[in-house]
Design a protein around this ligand. Sequence first.
Ligand code: GRF
Length: 197
Amino acid sequence: MPSTVPSETKFRLAVLASGGGSNADKICSYFKTHPSINVVIIISNRRHAGVFDVAAKHDIQSAYIPKNQWEDSEPVFELLQQNRITHIILAGFLLHIPEWLIQTFPKKIINIHPALLPRFGGKGMYGHHVHEAVKAVGDLVSGITIHEVNERYDEGRIIFQKEVELDPSDSPKEIGAKVLKTEHTEYPRVIEKWILG
Ligand code: GRF
């Protein structure tokens, strides 16, 4: 599907997602009529990821790039270059970001983590694993962290954090739902501020 984004758009986002894409959905809505920032493409490493429905809903072009094609820079790099991508937004993207991509977009890749880093971060800490770990230690506060991406998992410069209050009776699923709600309200405007300063 060709891009429907005006070619003069100054800041051009690629959203990378592996799952349902509820964050991608909020980001696409937020920037739909933005004067200088637009989502140009959604890329997933999962052929049947729900995020493709999000792309179709917003009439945004999408691409499936399987896991084994990420380490070799060519297919991804070409796609990003053709679309003159300026910033990369990770929204539930579960693949390791290869070093070549970080070097090609220094300080221009952002991620959201569903907890208050540095707690509950690192390899293997994603999705329900995070909320189960929070429940296991009995924390009554969790939250979100939005950070730049560098070579080490969840260790890039923290841009924004927000706490989410929990109830002692919350299940990991309920913790996840509360945290996700906060992600939806905060991620788009934090991205905007990060880009525009
Ligand atoms: C979110 O909780 C995000 O923090 C994490 O992955 C989840 C993605 O959810 N990195 P969705 O696909 O945006 O619904």
